[in-house]
Design a protein around this ligand. Structure first.
Ligand code: PD2
Ligand code: ZN
Length: 290
């Protein structure tokens, strides 16, 4: 989209109606972004219309939003121009099953072979411990009721299998291999879940300085399904009511250009109802992860 988009009377009217219906400016902005509006143009239109119809208080809200949004950064992105149904990445043909622009979500089919899935599970299984999440205050890790899975991290490049999958991810997402964290494997038993969260770090939290030193913010996530649970265990995006089915070998990618909920990348692992669920997650940083 270019800055040549024009604000029509219909658009003005629509913005007013949203505001009158009690919609928050950030939600109106998100809807406009979802329909393809350039962010700068959309913010300008919001400001103009709200000033004209709703007065100074509403204008202040839009201005505050614009001023408080952290700047957008470059994010990983697969080469999907021309809507290919398959991509040749590194050493494998990968199918494109679903794409969404806002939030940026892409679902891939056959990203891993069945053998690669089984081999990852076998290598991870003896090293599983109860999953921990980052403690905002300290930057350390702790066991958390919101995440009732077991997990482990491979070191980046620690085996030939990790190296192959990492090279494939770097090629798929056009993102330097060295910007990736080591692969994380999670195992959910029936009843286990990962409650909705954002994968980026909250930079306002005191413990985050140490976390961000190792390659800056997370800007993208690839969750790879290592088996197919019998029931439940989808990856859900509550902001857009999307659920990705956990199918062995498939993967879901999403990116977030700023550490802000306006990216609509809130997501979770729905409770597993029957069977087990195994996934491998790759988090991508802005810079080299050390
Ligand atoms: O296992 C999942 O579906 C899932 C859901 C949300 C994994 C993650 N987040 C993650 O590893 O960040
Ligand atoms: Zn997550």
């Amino acid at each position: 989209m270019s800055a040549s988009q024009t604000v029509t009377p219909e658009l003005r009217q629509w913005i007013v109606e949203q505001a009158q219906a009690g919609c928050r400016p950030e939600d109106v902005l998100a809807s406009m972004r979802a329909s393809g509006w350039d962010e700068v143009v959309a913010l300008g239109a919001l400001g103009q219309v709200l000033e004209a119809f709703l007065g100074a208080q509403a204008v202040q809200q839009a201005a505050t939003l614009a001023a408080t949004l952290p700047p957008a950064v470059r994010v990983p992105e697969p080469a999907l121009a021309g809507s290919p149904s398959q991509l040749r990445v590194h050493d494998r043909e990968v199918r494109v099953l679903l794409t969404l622009q806002n939030p940026r979500v892409v679902v891939f089919g056959g990203f891993l072979s069945d053998d690669e899935c089984d081999d990852l599970v076998a290598a991870a299984a003896p090293r599983m411990v109860r999953s921990e999440t980052v403690v905002n205050e300290t930057g350390g890790n702790e066991v958390n009721a919101a995440r009732t899975s077991d997990g482990m991290f491979f070191g980046r490049g620690e085996s030939a299998l990790c190296q192959r999958i990492e090279a494939r991810i770097a090629a798929l997402l056009n993102w330097p291999l060295v910007n990736g964290e080591g692969l994380q494997v999670l195992h959910y038993r029936p009843g286990a879940e990962y409650k909705p969260h954002h994968d980026y770090f909250d930079p306002a939290q005191p413990g985050m300085a140490a976390v961000l030193k190792r390659g800056g913010q997370r800007v993208g996530t690839l969750v790879m399904y290592l088996n197919t649970p019998l029931q439940g265990g989808g990856t859900v995006f509550p902001d857009v009511q999307l659920e990705v089915a956990p199918i062995k070998g498939n993967a879901v990618f999403f990116s977030y250009e700023r550490a802000h909920a306006s990216t609509r990348t809130l997501h979770g692992g729905a409770p597993v109802i029957a069977g087990d669920k195994w996934v491998a997650t790759k988090w991508l940083r802005e810079g080299e992860f050390i």
